[in-house]
Design a binder for this molecule. Sequence first.
Ligand code: SF4
Ligand code: SF4
Length: 238
Amino acid sequence: MPIHEKSLIEPERILTKESLVVDGVDVSGHWNTMILPRTITEYDDTFEDKIKQYPTAANVHRCWQCGSCTNSCTVYALNTRFNPRYWIYLTRLGLKDELVKDKDIIWQCVSCNKCTNICPKDVRPEGVMKALAHWMEDEGITEKRPSTIFDEEFWEQIAERGRIEEGSILMNFFKKTAQPLKQDWLVDVVKRMTKHLPLGALIHSGLHFVFKPKVKSWDRTGQVLKEYINEKKGAVHG
Ligand code: SF4
Ligand code: SF4
């Protein structure tokens, strides 16, 4: 189903004439706006399948373009260029270059999931937005967002030890995102912890921060998890 939305057409392709006569008939005022045609040849017919390899976008093929996701979208209400229906349409057609034109806004989804709740086909548009943003990071089209860097740090600790240690996650996240380790809010949290937590709990978390223990018998489980993730990544980048 083609998209007909004036906001999606480049302004230079929209022609408006004050007066228009066609075959001797004055149609001014009725047919005074025309769209210059364009030819697109760069369809990638593997693209939809590639995006479907991201687990959150597995249902993208179900979309029937009803537009409910866009109509309900929190970000669309503020910026009409943020258009989940349109991006799902482009994904299904394999028009990667068109998607990349919106690389600076696709990641702005706030995960409110209003689109997912309203979608009649269980496409889960929020997950598709996430998958597209991840695809752009994976392809080097956009830089990794802080949320991705945080997720990676979280995952690395789980894979390695079967548990996370909050202090190390924060510290490594700050380092990787070039943020100062000493932040006012963090100092405040530490002060409150030392004031309110029992001494035993403080010693326990201090020991975990220093020695980073693993969950018992984690090595094999962690290995299986890593293999699974690598297999999934291989399917995406294959
Ligand atoms: S609400 Fe669902 S079916 Fe409708 S356009 Fe959005 S993703 Fe497609
Ligand atoms: S989850 Fe994202 S795409 Fe869906 S309605 Fe909210 S902001 Fe829009």
